[in-house]
Write a protein that binds this ligand. Structure first.
Ligand code: IPD
Ligand code: CA
Ligand code: CA
Length: 271
C-alpha cells in the first residue's frame, strides 16, 4: 500500500476530529457524563476517555502501526516518544470549559514525521470551527485561508495565556502576567490552549505564551506556523527533544511582535 499524502492524512484527520466533536456535543446535550480529578488536581470526564478511544480506533484503522501520544490513553514518555510517525492527540482540550458548559472546547489532532510537526487539526464543536493545516499547504478555518495579524506594537497586541492546574505553580507566573497587563492591549484566558494557538493563527490574538503538554499544542503549532505566525520557545529546547514536541515556555505571535514579546516576558522573569 502506498504512503498516504499529507493532504490525504489531513482530510482523514479532519473527518475523525469532526466525528469526535459530534460525540462531545451529544454528551453535553445528554449531560451523560461523570467527572473526577486525576493526579495534580486535573479534571477529567468519561467523555475525555471515550473520545480518546474513538480517535485511537479511527487512526489505527487508517494508519495501522503508527505511534500515538494522547492525553488519556498514552501520555507516558511524552518527550522521548518515537517521532518518526507520531499522532499527538488531545481528545478534549478545555475540559474545565466542557464540564462547566462553556464553549471553548476543542479536539486536537497533530501528526509528526521525523521530529517535525506536519499536520494539525483543531475542531471546536460548540463554535463550529475547524482549523487545519499541513506543512507547505497553508492554514484554514472552515476551509477559508487564514493568516496571523499584522500588529506591530505591544500596545496593539491582545495576548492569550493559561495557567497550570497546580495552584502552587501559578504564583511564579505573576511577574510575566503583570508585565503583559502593563504593556499590551489586554489578556484573555479562554481555557483551551489549542484554540489560543488557532486564535493567533487567524489574527484574533496577537500573541500566546504558556507552558503546556505536547497534546495541547502540536496541532495548533502547525496551524499557527502555516498561517505565518512566529513560533518558538522562551527557554532552550533540551538536546535530543524535537522543538515541535517540546511544550515548555511556548511563545507564538504575529510576526511583527515576536521579539518585543520575547523581551518583555524574559525581562519580567528577572525583576
Ligand atoms: C488545558 C487547557 C488550558 C491550559 C492547560 C491545559 P485540558 O488542557 O489547554 O487552556 O491552560 O494548561 O492543561 O486539561 O483542558 O485538556
Ligand atoms: Ca489540553
Ligand atoms: Ca485534554
Amino acid at each position: 500500500m502506498s504512503m498516504p499524502t499529507l493532504q490525504e492524512r489531513l482530510s482523514l484527520a479532519i473527518s475523525i476530529a469532526e466525528e469526535a466533536g459530534e460525540l462531545i456535543r451529544q454528551a453535553r446535550s445528554d449531560q451523560s457524563f461523570s467527572q473526577r480529578l486525576k493526579a495534580d488536581d486535573e479534571l477529567v470526564t468519561d467523555v475525555d476517555v471515550a473520545v480518546d478511544e474513538l480517535i485511537r480506533q479511527r487512526l489505527n484503522a487508517h494508519f495501522p502501526g503508527e505511534a500515538h501520544l494522547s492525553e488519556e490513553l498514552s501520555p507516558e514518555r511524552a518527550l522521548d516518544a518515537d517521532t518518526s510517525q507520531l499522532w499527538v492527540v488531545d481528545p478534549i482540550d478545555g475540559t474545565v470549559n466542557f464540564a462547566q458548559g462553556l464553549r471553548h472546547v476543542a479536539v486536537s489532532i497533530g501528526w509528526m514525521e521525523d521530529g517535525i510537526a506536519k499536520i494539525g487539526v483543531v475542531h471546536a464543536p460548540f463554535l463550529q470551527e475547524t482549523f487545519s493545516a499541513a506543512e507547505g499547504l497553508g492554514a484554514y478555518c472552515n476551509q477559508k485561508s487564514i493568516a496571523a495579524s499584522n500588529v506591530a506594537t505591544l500596545g496593539e497586541t491582545l495576548v492569550g495565556t493559561g495557567f497550570p492546574y497546580q495552584k502552587e505553580a501559578r504564583q511564579q507566573l505573576m511577574p510575566r502576567l503583570g508585565a503583559v497587563l502593563a504593556k499590551c492591549r489586554d489578556v484573555r484566558r479562554n481555557g483551551a490552549a489549542a484554540l489560543d494557538l488557532c486564535d493567533v493563527a487567524c489574527g484574533r490574538l496577537g500573541a500566546y505564551y504558556e507552558t503546556v503538554s505536547p497534546w495541547d499544542f502540536v496541532a495548533g503549532w502547525v496551524i499557527a506556523r502555516e498561517a505565518g505566525a512566529s513560533v518558538g520557545h522562551l527557554s532552550t529546547v533540551p538536546e535530543g527533544v524535537p522543538a515541535d514536541l517540546y511544550p515548555k515556555e511556548l511563545l507564538v505571535t504575529a510576526p511583527g511582535v515576536y521579539e518585543a514579546m520575547r523581551q518583555l516576558l524574559l525581562d519580567a522573569e528577572q525583576s
